[in-house]
Design a protein around this ligand. Sequence first.
Ligand SMILES: Nc1ncnc2c1ncn2[C@@H]1O[C@H](COP(=O)(O)OP(=O)(O)OP(=O)(O)O)[C@@H](O)[C@H]1O
Ligand code: SF4
Ligand SMILES: [Mg+2]
Length: 338
Amino acid sequence: MTNDETVLECAELVRHFPVKGSDKVVQAVNDVSLTFGAGETVALVGESGSGKTTVGRMILGLLAPTSGRIVYQGTALDEMDRRQRRDYRAGVQAVFQDPYDSLDPRRPVLASVREPLRRLELEESSRDGTQRAMAALEAVGLAGITAKTRPHDLSGSACQRVGIARALVTRPRFIVLDEPTSALSPIARAEVMRSLHDVQQSTGVSYLFITHDLAVVESLAHRVAVMYLGRVVEAAASGDVFGRRLHPYTEALLGSVLFPDPDRLDGFGVLRGEIPSPIDLPPGCAFASRCAIAGDDCRTAVPPLIDDAVAGHHVACIRQRTRSRDRQLTSTLRKETP
Ligand SMILES: Nc1ncnc2c1ncn2[C@@H]1O[C@H](COP(=O)(O)OP(=O)(O)OP(=O)(O)O)[C@@H](O)[C@H]1O
Ligand code: SF4
Ligand SMILES: [Mg+2]
């Protein structure tokens, strides 16, 4: 369920962290722009340290951008009045990685789910708060929870679904999911993914889905943005990123995941070489030290994220057009070979 309405937008986001005792900075996020339609899931993928959580924390208002803008329902965060800020705090929620960590073990889960309503003064009465918390738990398949149930009474999947219910209770329009399935068993992971899908279908909420788990991305994400050292290097509809993978980094990243892909070229499947430090980024393309097709021309300027021939497929690689043509040729030759 997606439509043309933009719920949230990040424009040219930058976040640098000062390095203690030095005038250098960690360039965690550089020039990231993302747009989220109503009911849309955008997955943010990339190796550890690429800046995914930092983007999520800026969207949640937990971290101020060094520069750039976050716009929620048409208003920039730093231009919101009191009422708009309250709507934003209710409307943008989060689910984090460890379900047990994010719930107070001594507290009944019903009270934890109700907590955001109390904090934001959104409940009309105690009864209203309890009813809304129960409805949120029901939406994630946990109608059986009572006022006495505590986190240790629940499985990993149920606990993470409590976390989703707590995010849902304020009726948000946008949820940041930061590795919501990484700490779970495969069965629990499937249950949580189904729950996230069902919730989106019934409420029209949008997700930023941050994950290492590339195998589950396609089942939830409408679009995928691939990050490398603070920058988005490829972004497109989910099927296009997985099927065409125009950036050598995407190719290598996805090379370790088994997908049926007749167009896949050999030679890019393994990530070699050292990741540069985000404190001393090299000039030009940050992926050059690990890229099998890098040349001197890659080391002069940062490649811009530009639209490929397929509308909405953006790639930051100076050779992507050549590679795109090579792929088409290979694909045609395969089809023509008897
Ligand atoms: N508070 C901070 N102070 C200094 N550096 C930070 C801070 N938070 C993050 N960083 C650095 O910013 C970069 C991006 O970190 P971030 O946590 O956003 O990456 P990530 O893609 O979420 O990684 P992971 O997949 O491991 O969760 C890393 O180099 C990290 O060390
Ligand atoms: S710009 Fe050059 S180094 Fe960077 S990904 Fe493209 S080919 Fe590789
Ligand atoms: Mg992270």
